[in-house]
Ligand binder design. Structure first.
Ligand SMILES: Nc1ncnc2c1ncn2[C@@H]1O[C@H](COP(=O)(O)OP(=O)(O)O)[C@@H](O)[C@H]1O
Ligand SMILES: N[C@@H](CCC(=O)OP(=O)(O)O)C(=O)O
Length: 371
């Protein structure tokens, strides 16, 4: 079995009840599953929500506070309750947690980012379970991660994780909120997050969760763009995380299975640096995205940047980025071919494909989602 680095995000609704207490049954279930995943050799980093949800009752609030100072005070109380619970439960499996509270600036400042990376890798090398949450008590409202879904996506990129598992109170993404639409259908596998999916993803389903499915999808999009596979769903029992890793999880898997694409395509998708951009019309977009065809000069209307034959370029459609591929022509050779029909240039060239389909990787994110 290949050892993988896995970030697991657990939402408030999967750790606490609506009264502002830890749900011991759910909590123990997660710990058993994490211990089982570590036992078979995977590296695990936990992003745990639940500080506000576990703390508000002790502060005398009847429900999850809505004011900033109320949330920050509840998080300060709840975070220690949470970590104490983690320490007690993990000890039964001989595991030790490490608490890491992060703010937005820890990602945007280069030195802090590198320090966080070094600390996390050192903890993993020593078999510790890092447990990350946002440093709610000092976070300024406008500078927060938004929610822990986005924090977990950024962490998964920071540590170069193979998988991000977002555990929640529902078994995946549906085409409508199933708590409101009983006939909603679940997606088992999604290669690309579309505008329709984002529109169908609604708000939080419980009194303690924040963000709902929409924030999970936006976070998943970020993780996919960082080369991390994502699972959103639920499960029960000690084997639930192992099942998820083996592809039998109860939820939605997102992203292309990069293990099935060849290593040239993998390199193009994840590591290559783009040297230029090729802009294509609707017909060409359809051909390369839906029909699995190679890119031909006829569908190209603009080329930017300076690149050599064999370098990687981005291909953009009318709405944004479509993917990346290795070009068969330099930018200089390509300019006079723009818009030409294949039969017009066939005589002069040994082949007409600008990007051969074997050297083309469609994007996992659609840039227009952010526009
Ligand atoms: N299209 C959808 N598919 C699945 N769940 C959805 C959808 N739209 C909204 N939801 C809601 O999102 C909730 C999960 O988000 P949230 O309550 O924030 O959980 P967590 O505390 O785990 O972050 C579900 O309980 C569900 O009610
Ligand atoms: N940092 C907050 C988490 C807020 C949050 O995103 O919660 P959730 O939607 O349950 O993952 C806390 O610990 O309460």
């Amino acid at each position: 079995m290949e050892k993988k680095r896995v970030v697991i995000k657990i939402g408030s609704s999967s750790l606490t009840n609506a009264k502002g207490e830890i749900d011991h049954h759910k909590f123990s279930d997660h710990i058993r599953a994490i211990a089982a995943l570590k036992r078979i050799g995977h590296e695990v980093i936990l992003v745990s929500s639940g500080a506000v949800a576990a703390g508000f009752k002790r502060l005398g609030y009847p429900s999850r506070p809505v004011t900033l100072k109320g949330k920050q005070a509840a998080a300060a109380v709840g975070q220690s309750i949470l970590i104490q619970q983690y320490m007690d439960e993990l000890a039964q499996f001989g595991l030790t947690p490490a608490q890491i509270l992060l703010t937005r600036q820890d990602f945007s400042k280069k030195d802090r980012y590198h320090n966080a990376y070094s600390t996390l890798t050192e903890l993993l090398a020593r078999g510790i379970l890092p447990i990350i949450n946002e440093n709610d008590t000092v976070s300024v409202a406008e500078l927060t991660f938004g929610d822990n879904d986005m924090l977990s996506a950024l962490v998964s990129g920071l540590v170069h994780a193979d998988e991000l598992i977002i555990l929640t109170d529902i078994n995946g993404l549906y085409n409508a909120n199933p708590k409101l639409e009983p006939n909603a259908k679940r997606f088992d596998f999604i290669r690309e997050i579309t505008d329709d999916m984002l529109a169908a993803a609604g708000a939080a389903g419980s009194k303690v969760g924040t963000g709902g499915m929409k924030s999970k999808l936006i976070a998943a999009n970020t993780a996919l763009s960082l080369g991390v596979h994502v699972f959103i769903g639920t499960g029960q029992g000690a084997n639930k995380l192992i099942d998820i890793m083996e592809g039998h999880g109860d939820g939605t898997y997102l992203g292309e299975d990069l293990s099935t694409i060849n290593s040239r395509k993998q390199w193009i998708a994840l590591y290559s640096e783009s040297r230029g951009k090729i802009y294509v019309d609707e017909g060409a977009e359809q051909a390369i995205m839906e029909k699995g065809s190679s890119l031909l000069p006829a569908g190209i209307y603009k080329v930017s940047g300076i690149f050599k034959k064999g370098e990687v370029v981005e291909v953009c459609g009318l709405k944004g980025l479509l993917g990346k591929g290795e070009v068969s022509y330099s930018s200089e050779e390509l300019q006079p071919l723009i818009g030409k029909r294949s039969d017009e240039i066939e005589q002069q060239l040994s082949h007409v494909e600008v990007i051969h389909r074997d050297k083309w990787v469609p994007s996992l994110i659609r840039s227009d989602i952010y526009e």
